[in-house]
Design a protein around this ligand. Structure first.
Ligand SMILES: [Mn+2]
Length: 331
């Protein structure tokens, strides 16, 4: 080791990370090993881009679609923006606080990549989504989706329900997305999911809704209900509702106050703080969660990139929830 490297190692505070960084030699450096967020390929957490699902515990996929957005589009750029921010949060600092263990310990994870479809065709988007998410479910993997407008949750729920039966939905959102408007889109997909018995509303819960209320018999913690609630209290209420039923967590970033997540299609004042949102997720570990997603990040409406940054933080938190569920299922 050169003297320069040694003195840098002695003086910099990052310890093992610095050692690893300074240890990079050309012949041993893979494109997936880079620590610096601005370098290399932007897979989620720099996981390998891979469609082989043999032995995979959790597969991450993106659906870059805003075809069913009712107001401001741009969520098609969400998956790429979340992947980019995941490099700052979960690679530069691994494990990502407050989590104590790296996801990479004993958990095989892949970035399945984006689901490609011909733009402009909702039917084609749904067909492709069913095909790929169906593969993941049949391979026995847990899934994390990166949206995309909220319609992308519908095929994921349908595929997981095909295996597990009616799911408990844990739904963070300013809107119920449970309104019969005569067509399947990002504001109605949970109405269809209830009608088709993919989710059981009585064992499901919506958190943060404050613009539209559900038509089915969901449990609700409205935007007003949560004003004075701690994240731990909200998490406790969620746990009471869903019990040990197989769960799907769908996190629309507009469930948070647009002060935190302005880069979204249909912002509504009020809602969770980003810290409340994350604290709730930390306390959902141990639930039987089979799939999750983070949706409605629209980067063109947030030039600071902060919405995608928060979404990436929540996505990493959800990976920990999925990993914990995976460990319990494997027992
Ligand atoms: Mn939504």
């Amino acid at each position: 080791m050169t003297d320069t490297k040694k003195s840098l190692q002695d003086t910099m505070v990052h310890g093992d990370m610095t050692k690893k960084f300074l240890g990079y030699e050309a012949e041993h450096t893979s494109v997936l090993e880079m620590l610096t967020p601005f370098q290399g390929i932007q897979s989620f957490l720099r996981l390998p881009y891979q469609r082989d699902l043999e032995g995979v515990d959790i597969s991450v996929y993106g659906i870059p679609s805003d075809i069913s957005t009712s107001n401001r589009p741009g969520a098609r750029f969400g998956p790429r923006a979340i992947r980019e921010q995941s490099l700052l949060l979960g690679v530069y600092s691994d494990p990502f606080p407050p989590h104590k263990h790296s996801l990479r310990d004993n958990m095989k994870m892949v970035d399945y990549g984006d689901l490609a479809f011909e733009f402009g065709y909702v039917e084609e988007l749904l067909r492709v989504s069913h095909e790929h998410i169906g593969r993941m479910v049949d391979a026995g993997t847990h899934t994390l989706g990166l949206g995309g407008d909220h319609l992308v949750t519908y095929p994921a729920i349908k595929e997981h329900a095909r295996k597990h039966g009616p799911l408990s939905l844990i739904h963070f959102d300013a809107h119920s997305d449970d309104t019969n408007m005569g067509a399947l889109h990002h504001g109605s997909m949970f109405w269809y999911a209830c009608e088709e018995n993919l989710i059981d509303p009585t064992r499901s819960i919506q958190i943060g809704v404050r613009h539209t209320l559900p038509e089915h018999d969901f449990n609700v913690l409205s935007g007003e209900d949560i004003i004075d609630m701690k994240g731990t209290e909200i998490a406790q209420r969620i746990r009471e509702v869903v019990g040990d039923n197989p769960c799907y967590i769908s996190l629309d970033v507009d469930g948070m106050d647009p002060a935190f997540t302005p880069g979204t299609g249909t912002p509504v004042p009020g809602g969770l703080t980003s810290m409340q949102q994350r604290q709730i997720l930390w306390h959902l570990k141990g639930l039987n969660v089979v799939g999750a997603d983070v949706v409605e990040v629209s980067p063109p409406y947030d030039p600071t990139g902060q919405t995608a940054n928060i979404a990436a933080g929540c996505a990493i938190d959800l990976m920990h929830v999925l990993a914990e569920s995976r460990k319990l299922n494997n027992k």
